[in-house]
Write a protein that binds this ligand. Structure first.
Ligand SMILES: Nc1ncnc2c1ncn2[C@@H]1O[C@H](COP(=O)(O)OP(=O)(O)O)[C@@H](O)[C@H]1O
Ligand SMILES: [Mg+2]
Length: 370
């Protein structure tokens, strides 16, 4: 096996010029997250949203050029388009033959051609209005609960602001590239997963902050071999917070069976949660319900319950909006420690009181699936 030298790849990319500026991809600072693993090479090409089509040709050329390097067997590249975090795009990606009417004032279009994902029966997105409310923690524990209830489950982490699924599942590997550019998901605790974090080198994730990665999400949806270990009953998607490009890319490209909104009881989080629900409703995405996380404080030593945030706000919001309320998860040290160490509470303490709360919610979710 010939060792691939990174320098050779850089040199190959230096030969490829941006068609408009004439400056090569390296000097244009357009290459991100270059990964070399065995005979496989992966990277992202950062492009302006309007030039995505033009740059697709450049991407193909880059792949072909790198494939000629001795030792390289496979190349996986993606185009990533950056936008400001608080900017809601007026021009979502998929092209339809006839323009569809706009719904609402955000220029949000209904799903153009949502597709099923091969090897996946149901897709559930986990969303939140703001970050830090426990979306990923809840996503992981619900995925593991669904697994415990006998389903085959996958997690797809597209939180570009902070992909935390690798840490929470305790995975420190990189996916493999298969024939036809397919990417293998990684499996731990019985759950398969793909995270934008796996495709980046450690600590490079901040490059993807704020800006959106529509191309990467679309490509990952198409290229991940979700059924590598057998078909999935449920794919849980961990979204970034808010109502940006990732959310739109997802609802427009794949058939989402439902969205679960995670909120904390504070008013501010609830206002953001309402905004999120509004966006999903406008894109005709079914809201499965709201979960209140860090709902009350559950004392690790005495088990006593303390309502530190005046809990119940999410339940009230759910009633107001005509959305189901799925349950309350306490703020509990074991939940945090488990997630931080890569052994979530469902794995650590499967029969404990906190785990039971997740399992009851997972059971409700199963009932809501067709
Ligand atoms: N119910 C909970 N009890 C204790 N800690 C929690 C709980 N939910 C989340 N956390 C902790 O809060 C922090 C943020 O959670 P995280 O799931 O990463 O949020 P998000 O994905 O919404 O940004 C993490 O350190 C996590 O361990
Ligand atoms: Mg998260």
């Amino acid at each position: 096996m010939t060792k691939i030298i990174r320098e050779n790849i850089i040199n190959a990319l230096k030969k490829i010029k941006h068609p408009a500026t004439g400056i090569n991809l390296i000097e244009s600072d357009m290459i991100e997250g270059l990964i070399v693993k065995g005979n496989n090479v992966g990277f992202a090409i950062k492009v302006e949203p309007h030039e995505a089509k033009l740059m697709e040709e450049v991407r193909k050329l880059a792949d072909q050029t790198i494939l000629k390097i001795s030792g390289v067997k496979k190349v996986l590249s993606v185009l990533t388009a950056e936008k400001n975090a608080d900017h809601i795009p007026a021009q979502p990606i998929p092209k339809t033959s006839s323009p569809k009417p706009r719904i609402g004032g955000h220029g949000i279009k209904p799903p153009a051609t949502p597709q099923a994902v091969q090897g996946v029966k149901n897709i559930i997105a986990i969303a939140s209005g703001k970050g830090g409310v426990g979306k990923s923690t809840t996503a992981v524990n619900l995925a593991l609960s669904l697994k415990k209830l006998g389903l085959q489950v996958g997690i797809f982490d597209i939180d570009i602001y902070g992909p935390s699924i690798p840490t929470m599942l305790g995975i420190d590997e990189k996916p493999e590239l298969l024939e036809n550019k397919q990417i293998t998901p990684l499996k731990n605790h019985g759950v398969v997963s793909m995270s934008i974090g796996y495709l980046l080198e450690k600590d490079v994730a901040t490059i993807w902050r704020g800006p959106m990665v529509m191309g990467a999400i679309q490509q990952m949806l198409a290229d991940v071999k979700w059924d590598l270990y057998g078909g999935l009953d449920v794919l849980i998607v961990d979204l970034p917070p808010g109502t940006g490009d990732a959310q739109l890319t997802l609802v427009q490209n794949v058939k989402i069976d439902g969205v679960i909104i995670i909120s904390t009881p504070q008013d501010i989080a609830l206002i953001d949660a309402k905004r999120g629900i509004d966006m999903f409703k406008r894109t005709n995405t079914k809201i499965m319900g709201i979960i209140e996380n860090m709902s009350y404080f559950s004392c690790p030593s005495c088990g006593e319950r303390a309502e530190i945030f005046s809990n119940g706000g999410a339940k009230k919001t759910a009633e107001e909006l005509g959305v189901d309320f799925l349950g309350e998860i306490p703020l509990h040290m074991d939940i945090r420690i488990g997630a931080d160490r890569g052994t979530p509470i469902i794995v650590n303490d499967p029969d404990g009181a906190q785990s039971k709360i997740y399992i009851v919610i997972a059971d409700k979710i199963i009932e809501k699936l067709d």
